[in-house]
Design a protein around this ligand. Structure first.
Ligand SMILES: Cc1cc2nc3c(=O)[nH]c(=O)nc-3n(C[C@H](O)[C@H](O)[C@H](O)COP(=O)(O)OP(=O)(O)OC[C@H]3O[C@@H](n4cnc5c(N)ncnc54)[C@H](O)[C@@H]3O)c2cc1C
Length: 463
């Protein structure tokens, strides 16, 4: 889809104010910044490659004066349409700002620019024996700015929490070009309102993150994984509860439902039991001795719960074999249908079996294949609707099923998104999840930072 170049003189002002080569307007460049990890697509009128906080200040000053939309952008791996420039304007790429400014083993912090890729931070922390716990599955491409703006999670969330738990301080630029320095590098900080965490998860709708102070942790030396199959979903969920209440806090607890197991088996022929109702993958980490003890205890709990095919892996190669099934659900679905709509609901842990059953009913009701997999320990599930988006009739069913899934999650005390954010894909469902007065307060907060509505307009809030 093409977008007309805005007629105002903002583009000329931008080009004059920024160093040469920062502003791109060729159709090829605009097309390359039109998408994210969803199937949303809209061309920006111009792309700006930010190399410094100063560049961002210039963009937000001119854009605010000229009322031009600004859509901050990291690696565009987002799964809710957040960095799609739906209303045109400026796609502001932060990826050139990829300096790791400091790693401090004394303070256990890293100071980074927003375009640093999560995996590059992990690699930089490694020689100090440290790591950054948030580990979205996209960690080899997604940026710290994007992780913060979406409050990204990952498999390690059960033990370590989400991105917001690791953000101590931020530098942000708000519309008009003002720079705010929020928080700092101390672990404790209760001086005034917690504006740092207002920006975490704000999906680029309040301002642009230009620097972050992040908390690091010492990296445990060992880990192991147990896999097990269950012929009853409730028993699988109970097993996770039994593990957690036995005094072991696993690093990761992942679930694949029967449909996911079948889809992976069709794809890889690993010999997975197609009649199993659930597969669990439970990883533990820590000191070597404690990991061995915890892993064998987890395997014991699984066996006592009646699991079959219980397997324990404590070398990276063996673990890789077990995790292959989990990692293959998404690619395996690609063989069934050309497209997929991946949902990201979260429910209380105790409601996971009921949620999976409801998705199975929804899949029958709409005649769609909907595998459910995800992070059973924190209740964040990814029912994924395989589809062909070129078929309008099928898409009607897909959207109907997606709405039913949201309603079921909310009915069970859960929510629309555990980690991917609202963006444009889920904004129309916000009134299902949040009361009107809460949405109104959120809009009022946006108004304070962004009175002219230039920051990622149209995202998060229902039309
Ligand atoms: C294969 C795959 C696996 C994934 N797995 C996970 C997962 O396990 N957990 C998870 O949470 N997510 C996951 N995601 C989703 C996605 O990777 C995350 O949301 C990630 O945090 C987005 O980072 P990004 O750099 O790609 O940001 P983008 O997609 O470019 O942007 C995301 C949002 O952040 C805003 N933004 C970006 N940078 C800034 C900035 N500097 N200042 C202000 N706003 C900004 C954008 O405007 C947009 O609204 C996955 C995606 C894929 C494709």
């Amino acid at each position: 889809m093409d977008g007309a170049i805005n007629n105002g003189n903002w583009l000329e002002r931008l080009t004059d104010a920024l160093p040469k080569g920062r502003v791109l307007t060729s159709p090829e460049d605009r097309a390359a910044y039109a998408y994210d990890g969803t199937w949303g697509e809209a061309w920006p009128d111009a792309v700006v490659l930010a190399h410094s906080t100063g560049d961002v200040v210039t963009v937000l000053r001119i854009a605010d004066e000229e009322s031009v939309p600004v859509v901050p952008r990291g690696a565009a791996s987002g799964l809710s349409g957040g960095s799609v420039p739906e209303q045109g304007g400026i796609a502001l790429s932060l990826t050139p700002m990829r300096k790791i400014i400091e790693i401090s083993p004394e303070d256990l912090v890293a100071v980074v620019q927003p375009g640093v890729v999560n995996l590059d931070l992990q690699k930089a922390a490694e020689p100090y024996g440290l790591f950054f716990p948030p580990d979205p599955a996209s960690l080899d491409v997604s940026t710290i700015g994007g992780n913060i703006a979406e409050n990204a999670g990952g498999p390690r969330c059960l033990k370590y929490g989400v991105t917001s738990d690791y953000v101590l301080g931020l530098e942000v630029v708000i519309p008009g070009g003002e720079i705010l320095r929020l928080g700092g590098r101390s672990i404790k900080n209760v001086t005034g309102y917690d504006l740092v965490h207002l920006f975490v998860g704000s999906e680029g709708t309040l301002g642009v993150i230009t620097e972050a102070i992040l908390k690091l942790l010492p990296k445990p030396p060992a880990r192991a994984t147990v896999s097990a199959f269950f012929d009853d979903l409730d028993v699988a969920a109970e097993t996770v509860v039994k593990v957690v209440t036995s005094g072991i806090l696993p690093l990761t607890t992942e679930l694949l439902d029967r449909v996911s197991i079948g889809v992976v088996e069709d794809f890889l022929h690993l010999g997975l039991p197609r009649d199993a109702e659930a597969m669990l993958l439970i990883a533990v980490n820590g000191e070597l001795e404690s990991v061995r003890r915890q892993a064998s205890e987890v395997a014991g709990v699984c066996r006592r719960q009646g699991a079959t095919g219980v397997d324990l892996a404590d070398t990276p190669e063996e673990e890789e074999r077990l995790w292959k099934a989990r990692r293959s659900v998404s690619p395996a679905l690609g063989r069934l249908r050309p497209h997929k709509l991946g949902e990201d609901i979260a429910v209380p842990r105790s409601k996971v079996p009921e949620m999976v059953r409801r998705v199975q009913e929804i899949s029958e009701k709409w005649g769609l294949v909907i595998p459910v997999y995800g992070h059973i320990g924190d209740g964040n599930l990814h029912p994924t609707l395989a589809c062909d988006r070129r078929d309008p009739k099928e898409m009607e069913r897909v959207l109907g099923a997606a709405e039913d899934i949201f309603k079921a999650a909310i009915d069970l005390g859960g929510t629309l998104s555990g980690e991917h954010g609202i963006g444009m894909l889920k904004r129309d469902y916000m009134p299902l999840a949040l009361p009107e007065n809460v949405i109104a307060r959120m809009k009022a907060i946006k108004q304070v930072f962004d009175p002219h509505g230039i920051m990622n307009p149209g995202k998060v809030f229902p039309e």
